[in-house]
Write a protein of this length. Structure first.
Length: 322
């Protein structure tokens, strides 16, 4: 198949591109930049179209002859720039859907997020972390949450009113190589994943310290597994049983427990992890577990990388990329 991937040069998109190429698909990447750093190993096998998801003309060129569209492009600094977040995450998603429907694309796979479930309160969060199913109430509060929820609704509308089959995948916390490179420096918190920093700093012989948060648990899915989930949906037979799927490990792993895994892989790693909760000092907690029963049952996907295997792969990839 010919698959167009918006945001295919990003941290997660790069692994989606690899997964699709490995399965023999023709891949077109639609991006707003020409930075091929994260796909250097497969750059000669992709077709790159540079453009903006808000531009219908540029999208039309990227979707020419496409069978499936994977829509990853998003603006994450939503609290700092809400206008751009709305324009890209909601308006851009609408443009992608409209262009895909007009081009006769068969299926659109939209990458959503656990953010639609909003802050974790009650038994959704510490200490119970009750798994949230796809039927769980969406409670967006932050601007990123709001735009991803609205994007899901836009995708759903196109799925109901056009011949374009649309599915949204809600990912738990994705971790893996590329975040530190893409966002610059070796920052442990903020937009850069704390989990990527925990792996990559010790892999480079540097210490990692986190003042607090070691008891906090989160549902981590390795980026390679996330990419394989997308590829599985791309290849699924027509008429998917559902139009929303959680993609997750389905289990809660403490930050301190993740540090122990890293020490198993890197015995000399220096990781100083304080106790308590909320390691990223979020105003409202977003640590949760997503139930992945639906995607396991309907599509046969399940994560192949347990934390130790993921850390080993992460370390090997980072060191090989230097």
């Amino acid at each position: 198949m010919r698959v167009t991937v918006t945001g295919g040069l990003g941290v997660n998109g790069a692994w989606v591109v690899r997964a699709l190429l490995a399965r023999g698909h023709e891949v077109v990447v639609f991006e707003n930049r020409e930075d091929l750093t994260l796909v250097r190993d497969v750059a000669d096998r992709i077709e790159l179209v540079v453009g903006d998801v808000r531009d219908p003309g540029q999208l039309g060129a990227a979707l020419d002859r496409a069978d499936v569209v994977v829509h990853l492009a998003a603006f994450v600094a939503a609290e700092q720039d809400p206008h751009t977040a709305i324009a890209v995450n909601v308006g851009g998603t609408a443009q992608v859907c409209a262009a895909a429907a007009a081009a006769g694309v068969r299926r659109l796979v939209h990458t959503s997020s656990k953010a639609v479930y909003g802050p974790t309160t009650g038994t959704r969060g510490f200490p119970a972390y009750d798994p949230i199913t796809e039927d769980g109430e969406r409670r967006p509060r932050g601007m990123y949450d709001i735009t991803k929820t609205a994007a899901e609704d836009v995708v759903g509308w196109y799925g109901r009113t056009t011949d374009l089959e649309c599915v949204s995948l809600r990912f738990s916390t994705i971790y893996g190589p590329g975040k530190l490179h893409r966002h610059g420096g070796h920052v442990g918190i903020g937009l850069v994943s704390v989990y990527s920093s925990m792996v990559e700093l010790p892999a480079a012989g540097e210490p990692f310290a986190l003042e607090h948060g070691g008891e906090e648990r989160d549902d981590l899915v390795y980026v390679v597994d996330a990419a394989e989930a997308i590829a599985t949906v791309v290849e699924a037979p027509e008429s998917l049983p559902h139009n929303v799927y959680n993609v997750s490990s389905g289990r809660a792993l403490p930050v301190a427990g993740f540090a122990d895994v890293i020490r198993t892989v890197l015995p000399d790693a220096v990781l100083d992890i304080g106790g308590g909760l909320n390691p990223m000092d979020a105003k409202e907690s977003a640590y949760m577990v997503l139930d992945n029963t639906r995607i396991r049952r309907d599509l046969g996907w399940s994560p192949r990388f347990d934390p130790e295997r993921a850390v080993r792969h992460h370390v090997d990839h980072v060191r090989a990329s230097r």
